[in-house]
Design a protein around this ligand. Structure first.
Ligand SMILES: Nc1ncnc2c1ncn2[C@@H]1O[C@H](COP(=O)(O)OP(=O)(O)OP(=O)(O)O)[C@@H](O)[C@H]1O
Ligand code: SF4
Ligand SMILES: [Mg+2]
Length: 356
């Protein structure tokens, strides 16, 4: 039976917007993550998707407390991380590692691969002397598909795909339980992406890892994930098993996202419904009232949509959706219509209620 490794409970990360050199007044907030709850089971891969700026990276960083959440809590293997300080937090962090999008900027160019890998091990007292560590390093490199001669080299001597393998080896070096991979293949050539995705899958099996994979590319997430969560403007709008989500997206935003992905079968491709989103993505500093998607939703209704924020609720077993009208839309009782874009004025930030 599955058991949760991480529970994210109503997590919020709001970044203050400051103005003024002398007084440094807070004139508003960027609501980067605004009340997200999700659970990741031990050994599973949870994929997180959504447009640029919707808060995926901030949620990942908030989970590790690389950025301090404004509210909510993250429970990791039974321990509330928000209660941890100093040494206890540092120890817990070993078990949660991050792999970044751009390995070139996340690997120190002046450090050899060996020193990059040993650094983390040393910080967590896993460096057990020259011989033992040397053996571990060779095993680590072989696990990520690099020769042991790589140890003496520097990041710039590798290709993008190889650098990402080093980034993965660095995360693995401290024997984590959870790896948060933030756009792990987005910076790589398409031909290399599949290799790195396959590597992540092999390593998961070999080391019993749990993954949170963040990507804006739905294809990548679909391939690797057991479950997928879709974010829009700081909130989770839909969550389901990967196959269920792609077979029957229920939230209008997910429907639109998926309708933009080409289908390989030309017959299906010709017949399928395409949903074009009109209107710009609103600013997370002035998110729309009610349902945050109401300014662009082709199914928007006159009631509730712009006044009441829908909660994420379970509609089918394990399929959660944050839409007041998910059932009616699924059953075809509400049809999509032209959307009159609602202007979201960027200046609204300046007249936010707490502008003081
Ligand atoms: N340190 C920060 N200070 C202020 N605002 C921030 C900070 N970090 C992120 N933001 C803002 O928070 C929002 C969410 O950013 P985030 O990087 O989490 O999005 P994302 O979904 O990861 O996007 P992308 O797909 O482009 O990586 C954005 O509006 C971003 O500008
Ligand atoms: S709650 Fe209303 S605006 Fe939001 S997704 Fe559902 S139908 Fe669209
Ligand atoms: Mg990001």
């Amino acid at each position: 039976m599955s058991e949760p490794l991480v529970s994210v409970e109503d997590v919020k990360v709001h970044f203050p917007i400051k103005r003024g050199v002398v007084l440094d007044r807070t004139i508003g907030y960027v609501y980067a993550v605004d009340g997200v709850s999700l659970t990741i089971q031990r050994g599973e891969t949870y994929g997180l998707v959504g447009e640029s700026g919707c808060g995926k990276s901030t949620l990942g960083r908030g989970m590790l407390r690389l950025v301090e959440p404004t509210g909510g809590r993250v429970v990791f293997d039974g321990t509330d991380l928000s209660a941890l300080r100093g040494e206890n937090l540092r120890r817990m962090r070993r078990r949660m590692q991050m792999v970044f999008q751009d390995p070139l900027s996340s690997l120190d160019p002046r450090q050899s691969v060996e020193s990059i890998l040993v650094e983390g091990m040393r910080a967590h007292e896993l460096d057990k002397g020259r011989e033992e560590t040397g053996k571990q390093l060779r095993e680590l490199l072989s696990a990520v598909g690099l020769p042991s001669t790589a140890l003496r080299k520097y990041p710039h001597e590798f290709s993008g795909g190889q650098r990402q393998r080093i980034g993965i080896a660095r995360a693995l070096a401290v024997k984590p339980d959870l790896i948060i991979a933030d756009e792990p293949v987005s910076a790589l050539d398409v031909s290399v992406q599949a290799q790195v995705v396959n590597l992540l899958e092999d390593l998961q099996e070999q080391f019993g890892l749990t993954y949170l994979v963040i990507a804006h590319d739905l294809a990548v997430v679909r391939h690797i994930s057991d479950r997928v969560g879709v974010m829009y403007l700081g909130g989770l709008v839909e969550e389901a098993g990967s196959d269920e989500l792609y077979a029957e997206p229920l939230h209008p935003y997910t429907k639109a996202l998926l309708s933009a992905v080409p289908v390989p079968d030309p017959l299906v491709e010709d017949r399928r419904e395409r949903i074009l989103l009109t209107g710009d993505l609103p600013s997370p500093a002035a998110p729309p009232t009610g349902c945050r998607f109401h300014t662009r939703c082709p199914w928007r209704q006159a009631e509730r949509c712009d006044t009441e924020r829908p909660v994420l609720r379970e509609i089918l077993g394990g399929h959660r959706v944050a839409c007041h009208f998910a059932e009616e839309i699924r059953d075809g009782k509400i049809r999509p219509h032209e959307v009159e874009p609602v202007l979201v004025h960027p200046d609204e930030v300046l007249i936010a209620p707490d502008a003081g």
